[in-house]
Every structure is written in structure tokens, then in C-alpha cells.
Design a protein around this ligand. Structure first.
Ligand SMILES: [Zn+2]
Length: 232
């Protein structure tokens, strides 16, 4: 297994647009619809990645003074590594993207289809702590439809990345527009960020709502209609 070249970590006092790294992280500024990935992101196999993450996480625990020879802690580095690669960050790897079959809209259903209250767990890319929320997605068929569970799977795939909520919203919308061959897609996400509730400002009651209204959804009538379905 080859070792990574030296990783560039900006010093804690570096500034962007006159704001410190801490301030930018707390403000959750996202800059691109694409998850920022290295070109060689998949040179290492999953097995090698887990081995390396386990090694590095053991070092974090060791630096914090934890006794890795303790029975309860000794398996933690590999558990964390497996959880990162196989579960909570599995959506980084395109090989895990859900394969979606299109079907003809035989029922000639021409109104909006709304899949609401899709529970998801993601992680904030600034603090690596959970984002827990509900996604509501809607589309109007362009002549093709997909299985309902695929809407959930698309949400889960993009949630399983280090995320900012704005990007998660746009990534889900972009994927659905492409798969469904239509601009008429809406995504609303209502989520709680543990980095806001459990640390920093420690606000346990606030939630963050983001939305994407594409095509005909970007009209007052359709937005009202969709809101009506979500409120029922
Ligand atoms: Zn955060």
C-alpha cells in the first residue's frame, strides 16, 4: 500500500475573505455543486482505505490519550474505518450510485408525484458530525417514471457523503433531472445539524430548510400545490 503524499492543511489562523476557518465552517458556506474530490480519489482500494483510516484514527485516539489496549477501545479504529467506507461515506464512490430503470408512464398520470418525509442521515463536511433530516422530492413525468424506492435511494446516496445542505439539495435535484429526463423536479430538505445543536452556538431547536424548484415547479402555483401536499 502506498502512502499518501503530504496532505496540505491550512494553518488555523489562515483567512478567506477576511473570515477565519472556524467562522467559515460555522457558517456552512458551500461553494460548488460537485463534492470536492481529488483526481486520484479511487486509486486506493476500499480494503486499503479502511486499513489506512483505522491506522490514522488509532493515532487520533492515541494523541487524545485513550488507551487503545483497552478491550472496549481496541476495535474502534477499524469499526470507524468500516463505517466511513461502507456506510456513512459510501456515497463518495460512484460505484455505489443507485442504478435506476426508467419505465413508460402507462397510467398517463400527469400531475406531480410527491415522495415526502424521506428520512436521511448525513454528515456535515465542516465538523464531521451528523445532519439528520427529511427530504421531500417531487417530479412531473416527462413520459417516463421510476420506482418510488429509487427516489429514496438517490437521497440516501448523496446523503452518504460529507455534505453541506445546499449542495445535498442540488445534487439530488440534478441527479433526478438527469434520470427522469425533465426539468420539472423539486427537492425540499428540512434538517437538523448537530454541529449547530451540540456544539458552537448550541441551538437545539433550529432547523435548516433548503429547496430546489426546477422547471414548472418554479412558479407560485406549483410551489403552493407542493406545499399543500407536504402540509397534509
Ligand atoms: Zn458543521
Amino acid at each position: 500500500m502506498k502512502l499518501e503524499t503530504e496532505i496540505l492543511i491550512p494553518p488555523n489562523n489562515s483567512m478567506i475573505n477576511n473570515f477565519s476557518m472556524d467562522e467559515i465552517g460555522d457558517d456552512h458556506i458551500g461553494n460548488s455543486i460537485e463534492t470536492p474530490m481529488k483526481e486520484n480519489a479511487f486509486d486506493l482500494s476500499d480494503v486499503d482505505k479502511k486499513e489506512r483510516i483505522a491506522h490514522l484514527f488509532a493515532e487520533i485516539m492515541d494523541v487524545m490519550g485513550l488507551d487503545l489496549s483497552d478491550d472496549s477501545l481496541s476495535g474502534t479504529p477499524m469499526r470507524v474505518a468500516k463505517m466511513y467506507i461502507d456506510e456513512v461515506f459510501s456515497g463518495l464512490n460512484p460505484k455505489n450510485k443507485p442504478k435506476i430503470a426508467l419505465f413508460d408512464n402507462k397510467y398517463k398520470y400527469q400531475q406531480m408525484l410527491v415522495e415526502k418525509n424521506i428520512t436521511f442521515y448525513s454528515n456535515c463536511e465542516h465538523h464531521f458530525v451528523p445532519i439528520i433530516g427529511k427530504a421531500h422530492v417531487a417530479y412531473i413525468s416527462s413520459g417516463k417514471v421510476i420506482g418510488l424506492s429509487k427516489l429514496n435511494r438517490v437521497v440516501q446516496y448523496f446523503a452518504k457523503r460529507p455534505q453541506v445542505q445546499e449542495r445535498l439539495t442540488n445534487q439530488i435535484a440534478t441527479e433526478l433531472k438527469q434520470v427522469l429526463e425533465t426539468e420539472d423536479v423539486a427537492v425540499i430538505i428540512d434538517a437538523k445539524h448537530l454541529c449547530v445543536s451540540s456544539r458552537g452556538i448550541k441551538d437545539d431547536t433550529s432547523a435548516t430548510v433548503t429547496c430546489y424548484y426546477g422547471g414548472v415547479f418554479n412558479t407560485p402555483n406549483k410551489i403552493a400545490e407542493l406545499q399543500n401536499y407536504l402540509n397534509n
